[in-house]
Design a protein around this ligand. Structure first.
Ligand code: SF4
Length: 495
């Protein structure tokens, strides 16, 4: 998962507010960060690491201009090298800079098409380059010497046609303006808003979540629609165009895990949906009839649901696990080795909350089971008598091809196991999962009537291009990537 923020028309150097926005979006990826700004030309700084580690004062001074885009990334299709960090810039036909959140599902097909276009040499394995070069090629065909609104909309419509998958994109077109577009199914989130500048002008921004806009004084924050493109030119009202009309299928897992609890995604409060997830889970738990003394969340994303689950089953909610907030989210770290060591470094148990008690741990999800197993061990070593485990999301049985690193199907613990078998595998006395219906119902109760993508739970991928062959190809590609990552880790340790 990634996060981005784009701004145009600011009366201040754009890099400062982009930096603030990226800090706000850091939960969406800690692998790399980057900012590109524009005045007479593009200025780019990007690299691996957290936002605070990538940018120094001297970098910020160099990032001049009142328009720019920033991105925080965790790897999906691409790897984790500096070259894969976003944004990317291409010099033709007019100069375009781009950042995105999502994943392209027909990467090979797009690469094949691009290779027939002569002018394109990909510089990385990051799939935003596929979108960027496709837009550049289309614009150079359609746009003539100067880009205008019509040619840009046509070029983006052709991008929607050629590039399949899930992507929310922000791009700067040199000496013209900023464009924002969201894939035809609107799987990945995106919002926009405006701020009135002190000099009477207005700046416009778009982002993966509303919080960076909200805290920086933006108003009129609204969704970018599925299949919509928006052109922002300084000094003018943005021009919006619905380019494709398809069912809107936003990612339901954003509500469970990725988004900040204070975010509102597609007009639904993440906090409210998490509260409802906890109530549903509590109702399921009551039917199992196990005694528990205390409900303890795995911080942070499970806290809201755990508190309503506790009140639903009528036991105390206690914060018995303490998280070191200065270590990256282990789920997001690339490679299994980093994931395993990260859990224990990240969490510690308050012994008095566990000793001699029957404890119900609540986490947002169980993906590979590695993390859950270590947390159960931690609870036992802190003296818990019984350790039960609740997952706010249903069993993850299928890979996500839309930008969430659930990796290969063979790694998913729930692909071939019952609840009881999973409980045994992670060392818990019993466990309870959210149901897919319960998950959908929680979103409805929180105020949504959208048909969410829940493909990682039910295998129903909303984009027609995802077939069993695509899944197989993606699986093979990811296994190759994992192999490369593990080889490079081995080389690093032995080198
Ligand atoms: S497959 Fe799962 S994680 Fe991926 S977009 Fe759909 S709901 Fe979200």
């Amino acid at each position: 998962m990634c996060g981005f923020f784009g701004v145009i028309g600011s009366d201040q150097p754009a890099c400062h507010e982009i930096y603030e926005a990226l800090v706000c979006l850091q939960h969406r990826g800690q692998d790399a960060a980057g900012i590109v700004t524009h005045d007479e030309r593009f200025h780019l700084k990007k690299g691996n690491g957290l936002v605070r580690d990538v940018f120094r004062m001297k970098n910020m001074e160099r990032l001049t201009g009142n328009a720019g885009i920033g991105q925080v990334r965790y790897p999906t299709f691409g790897g984790s090298t500096n070259e894969d960090a976003q944004p990317f810039v291409v010099n033709y036909p007019y100069g375009i800079a781009m950042a995105h959140n999502g994943n392209v599902t027909n990467g090979e097909e797009v690469q094949d098409w691009l290779s027939t276009q002569k002018r394109t040499i990909l510089h990385s394995s990051c799939d935003v380059e596929l979108i960027l070069f496709t837009l550049a090629v289309e614009l150079s065909e359609i746009g003539g010497l100067e880009p205008d609104h019509d040619s840009i909309f046509k070029a983006i419509a052709n991008v929607f046609d050629r590039v399949k998958g899930a992507y929310s994109v922000s791009a700067l077109i040199s000496r013209f303006g900023m464009v924002a577009f969201r894939d035809p199914n609107g799987i990945r989130p995106m919002v926009m808003g405006y701020r009135d500048n002190e000099d009477g002008s207005r700046s416009w921004a778009c982002a993966s979540e509303n919080i960076p806009l909200e805290i920086q004084g933006y108003k009129g924050i609204e969704n970018v629609n599925a299949g919509e493109a928006i052109i922002f030119v300084p000094g003018e009202e943005p021009v919006r165009k619905q380019l494709v009309d398809r069912p809107h299928n936003p990612c339901i897992f954003e509500h469970v895990y990725f988004a900040r609890p204070d975010s509102v995604l597609d007009d639904v409060s993440v906090y409210e949906s998490r509260r409802q997830l906890g109530r549903n889970l509590g109702e399921r738990w009551k039917k199992l009839g196990h005694h528990v003394d205390v409900v303890i969340p795995v911080p942070d994303s499970a806290c809201t649901a755990a508190s309503t689950m506790a009140s639903t089953i009528g036991v105390e909610y206690r914060e018995g696990l303490v998280k070191n907030r200065y270590i990256g989210r282990t789920f997001i770290m690339p490679g299994q080795g980093a994931r395993t060591s990260g859990v224990r470094r990240k969490l510690n148990a308050i012994r008095s909350e566990f000793e001699g008690k029957d404890v119900l741990l609540v986490d947002d999800s169980v993906v590979r089971g590695t993390t859950s197993k270590q947390i159960v061990e931690l609870a036992r070593s802190a003296g818990a008598r019984k350790v039960y485990f609740a997952s706010c999301s249903p069993p993850v049985q299928f890979p996500c091809v839309y930008g969430v690193d659930m990796s290969t199907r063979s790694e998913l613990i729930a692909r071939d196991k019952s609840e009881q078998q999973i409980a045994e595998a992670i060392g818990a006395d019993a466990m309870v999962y959210q149901t897919v219906d319960g998950l959908r119902e929680a979103l409805q109760t929180a105020g949504s009537n959208l048909n969410y993508c829940a493909a990682c739970f039910d295998g129903k991928y909303p984009t027609p291009d995802v077939t069993s062959e695509t899944l197989e190809a993606i699986e093979t590609c990811r296994l190759d990537e994992q192999q490369k990552i593990s080889e490079s880790h081995t080389a690093e340790t032995t080198g």
